[in-house]
Design a protein around this ligand. Structure first.
Ligand code: B12
Length: 211
């Protein structure tokens, strides 16, 4: 019987087609979307990340694993974003900051926020500070959610916050930050409103902002 460990291995080896069908199969067996993400998708990417650190894997492998992970998310998306029956509880503009193209984690956070009742505007990756501000203004965002995975790009979070202040929007827009190199200390340092280590914690945090 195929398991979550098999899924992790398929993600790690970048087998998109197999990842898609195993994800469908696991869902059909009532394995939860949370378990599929944590023990399948993230476990596979983490294992590959460790190999990358030891020069046992290289960028092409990261690319194919990233694509395979997205296949799993495509299958999970309808399940995770089933519209809540009540009306939207707030608007979130989310994106990966300028200079950074990692988006698997950001996509998981976006799906979970949507499933939790938020209207989510996803700006994608490598988003310049000006674009975040323009879109937050246009959509009347309650929350700006910034993701960064590649450490040097963390600085773009600070720039985005500064632009928000310059535009006089800081009082009406909560800013939450996340991604592997981000922690509470960094959040406090740049003056963001909150940090969450993963998508479920991100949803919990976002809800406290719209109470
Ligand atoms: C896949 C991958 C890639 C793929 C990304 C594909 C894609 N579509 O995303 C590609 C090939 C593009 C890539 C490129 C690079 N990568 Co890369 N990559 C990875 C890898 C293996 C997995 C990342 C991932 O998706 N993790 C799984 C997700 C689910 O986790 P996550 O993003 O952390 O998200 C969770 C939380 O952090 C949180 N979260 C995330 N965002 C947000 C936002 C908010 C608001 C909140 C509340 C929470 C939150 O919730 C998520 C879900 O629980 C990691 C290693 C690893 N273990 O993470 C390296 C890693 C991130 N990459 C790394 C590097 C060095 C690079 C490159 C510089 C390599 C190179 N030499 O070119 C480039 C940089 C490109 C750029 N400018 O951005 C390093 C970064 C080191 C550092 N500290 O800066 C890592 C850590 C690998 C390593 N161990 O050295 N990479």
């Amino acid at each position: 019987m195929a398991t979550l460990t098999d899924l992790a291995e398929l993600v790690e080896s970048g087998k998109s087609k197999e990842v898609r069908s195993l994800t469908q199969k696991l869902l059909g067996e009532n394995v939860s979307a949370d378990a599929i993400i944590t023990e399948g998708v993230i476990a596979g990417l983490d294992a590959l990340g460790k190999k990358f650190e030891k020069f046992e894997a290289f960028v092409p492998e990261l690319i194919t694993a990233g694509l395979a992970a997205q296949e799993a998310l495509k299958v999970l998306r309808p399940k995770m974003t089933q519209k809540a029956l009540h009306k939207e509880i707030g608007t979130v503009v989310i994106g990966t900051v300028e200079g950074d193209v990692h988006d698997v984690g950001k996509n998981i956070v976006a799906m979970m926020l949507e499933g939790g009742g938020f209207k989510v505007i996803d700006l994608g990756v490598d988003v310049p500070p000006d674009t975040f501000i323009k879109e937050a203004k246009y959509h009347g965002a309650d929350i700006l959610a910034l993701s960064a995975l590649y450490s040097p790009t963390r600085l773009a979070m600070k720039e985005t916050l500064q632009k928000l202040i310059d535009e006089g929007m800081r009082d009406n827009t909560k800013v939450m930050v996340g991604g592997a190199p981000i922690d509470q200390e960094f959040c406090d340092l740049i003056g963001a409103d909150g940090y969450a280590p993963d998508a479920p914690a991100g949803l919990k945090l976002a809800k406290t902002f719209v109470k």
